[in-house]
Design a protein. Structure first.
Length: 321
């Protein structure tokens, strides 16, 4: 029997009939759709956006002709040189890995309602009073689409539902063909865009069946397990708020880790935002290092302590002496 894979794309969750999480949010298809609604409603003159991001984050700005200015991060994942905003300008900040929520207070105090929070790594964070924020369910559950938008002003969306089309990656994952599923999922991702659509019917049905309380609990438990085992060799020092349920365990190893060796152990670890490595902009050495070396170790609700032990063993064996 093939060894169980840890990490990688989700198989579809089972549909259910419970309530949707995050009552009061606008349920859309993608995080980019959420950003598009923000741009349409707020009409910003310019938005400061982090360099450490994938190119798809910038897509809604490019398509709508909204100027952006790139900013760098310090090792605390806050802006290294916080900009002074002029009239009509906003700053978009990401709660990286869902493990930087404590840092948000400083930004909120500085920028108030002109801070936009990207919670795509912090699905369970919920509303940020007086500010725009958005998140994606696809990074947390087996779901074809689904994102939520919290707005400080009325922002009802009248748009057609998203049609996900064929979901071959989910079937391949269910059959245990994990590597084929990863390739199929990459193809599916390329079909998504920044058009404003509401969540698909299938996405909504699946989210109604998710046990969000259990999923959040498992993420906290798995994060704590990896922190206890790997924290001493991690160049980062992630600290969670008591109720945080992070996207991953961000591991920046003190010694290089061979990703190919992890894959041979059936441990799938994504490289976050490789676009930053090749983006034709000078500087941003910290962000490029993160894109190259950081391991986003999986901690989601599919896994328990035994799986986390496998991850730790695989990381140890893949480390370069």
């Amino acid at each position: 029997m093939a060894e169980k894979t840890v990490g990688g794309t989700f198989a579809l969750e089972k549909p259910g009939h419970g309530p949707l999480p995050h009552a009061g949010a606008q349920w859309l298809s993608t995080g980019r759709a959420c950003l598009a609604v923000f741009l349409r409603k707020a009409k910003p003159a310019r938005v400061f956006v982090p360099f450490y991001a994938c190119n798809t984050l910038y897509q809604p700005f490019v398509e709508r002709g909204v100027p952006v200015a790139l900013y760098g991060l310090g090792e605390d994942f806050l802006p290294s040189n916080p900009p002074a905003l002029k009239a009509g300008e906003y700053l978009l900040w990401t709660n990286y890995f869902g493990a930087c929520g404590q840092a948000e207070a400083a930004l909120a105090a500085r920028y108030g309602e002109r801070l936009v929070v990207d919670d795509t790594h912090a699905f369970f964070a919920g509303r940020h009073a007086g500010r725009w924020s958005f998140a994606s369910a696809r990074k947390f559950f087996g779901i074809p689409d689904g994102a939520f938008l919290f707005a400080p002003v009325p922002a009802a969306v009248d748009a057609p539902r998203f049609d996900p089309g064929p979901l071959s990656y989910a079937e391949l994952k269910r059959l245990g063909r994990a590597r084929e599923a990863e390739r199929a999922y990459a193809d599916y991702e390329r079909r998504l865009d920044a058009a404003v659509r509401r969540i698909s019917r299938l996405g909504e049905e699946i989210l109604r069946g998710v046990d969000c309380v259990l999923a959040a609990q498992k993420r906290r438990e798995n994060f704590a397990f990896l922190q206890a085992r790997l924290g001493s060799t991690n160049r980062l020092a992630p600290e969670l708020e008591a109720d945080a349920a992070p996207f991953c365990y961000p591991y920046l190893p003190k010694r290089p880790v061979r990703r190919a060796a992890l894959l041979k152990k059936n441990v799938f670890v994504p490289r976050l935002w490789t676009d930053a490595l090749v983006r034709a902009v000078d500087g941003f050495s910290w962000e490029r290092l993160l894109s190259r070396d950081l391991l986003a170790l999986p901690i989601d609700h599919r896994y328990g302590a035994e799986d986390m032990e496998r991850v730790c063993e695989a990381v140890g064996e893949a480390s370069v002496a």
